[in-house]
Design a protein around this ligand. Structure first.
Ligand code: ADP
Ligand code: MG
Length: 244
């Protein structure tokens, strides 16, 4: 039995009067590669952000890698060391070289010595196909290259799980494949990954689970074949008709 990594129970999240998550209950296990799909505004980003403490939970429980995020005493910095996150907009430090972007957190949080952090960063840049860009500034990179640096930066902390929020949505089409390839390699290595994406081909090929959310609820959660070939919920059928 795979290890339980994320345990979410009746999670509600409101912004003022706007209830954005309306009782999410789900579990993720070690090695799960789950793609989360659904219309814009359905709460996908909010859900991901609750999983590393970027959003305060309104009610319910969220336990990530043994840390209870519903408990105010939980040290969120500790949680975030275990949970890597990659955003649509890369969020690289613009005034640092690629290498410094990747070594920054491990050095700052004293997780590694300078030599270790440096060697590890070069390994990771190699893994994402950017070892020759170590000394470049982010502004010199394409969007796809920036996103691969952002993935390397998240991996530099040796996270236990990775969250991706539309990692390829801001990219020119010809850049998307390289980023998805890096993610597919990570999945093959057994990384636990939750990926909000509109890349249905990727979801079908790489995910073991696909989750459809709409209106702040999970309406369907099944294998890619089941979800794409035999969608049950009318709103999922409607959504797939629009995007496929
Ligand atoms: P998705 O990622 O599926 O497009 P979001 O989680 O970004 O959806 O947003 C869900 C809803 O929550 C939207 O109605 C959005 O306007 C609202 N929302 C998201 N973030 C905030 C915020 N920081 N403050 C207020 N409302 C927000
Ligand atoms: Mg979003």
């Amino acid at each position: 039995m795979a290890k339980l990594k994320i345990d979410v129970n009746d999670l509600h999240k409101s912004y003022g009067k706007n209830e954005v998550l309306k009782g999410i209950t789900t579990k993720f296990y070690e090695g799960d590669v789950a793609c989360i799909i659904g219309p814009s505004g359905s709460g996908k980003s909010t859900f991901l952000r609750t999983l590393n403490g970027l959003e305060v939970i309104t009610s319910g429980t969220v336990i990530v890698d043994g840390f209870d995020l519903s408990n105010k005493k939980t040290d969120l910095n500790q949680v975030r060391q275990e949970v890597g996150m990659v955003f649509q907009q890369f969020n690289l430090f613009p005034n640092m070289t690629v290498l410094d972007n990747v070594t920054y957190a491990p050095l700052e949080l004293k997780k590694m010595t300078k030599t270790e952090a440096h060697d590890k960063a070069l390994d990771l840049l190699k893994k994402v196909g950017l070892e020759d860009k170590a000394d470049a500034m982010p502004e010199m990179l394409s969007g796809g290259q920036k996103q691969r640096v952002a993935i390397a930066r998240a991996l530099a902390m040796d996270p236990n799980l990775m969250l991706f929020d539309e990692p390829t949505s801001a990219l020119d089409p010809e850049m998307v494949g390289d980023v998805l390839k890096v993610m597919q390699d990570l999945a093959k290595e057994g990384m636990t990954m939750l990926i909000v994406t509109h890349e249905m081909g990727f979801a079908r090929k790489v995910a073991n689970r696909v989750i459809f959310t709409d209106g702040g609820e999970i309406l369907e959660d099944s294998t890619p074949d089941q979800l794409f070939d035999k969608p049950q919920h009318p709103r999922l059928k409607d959504f797939l008709n629009k995007v496929l």
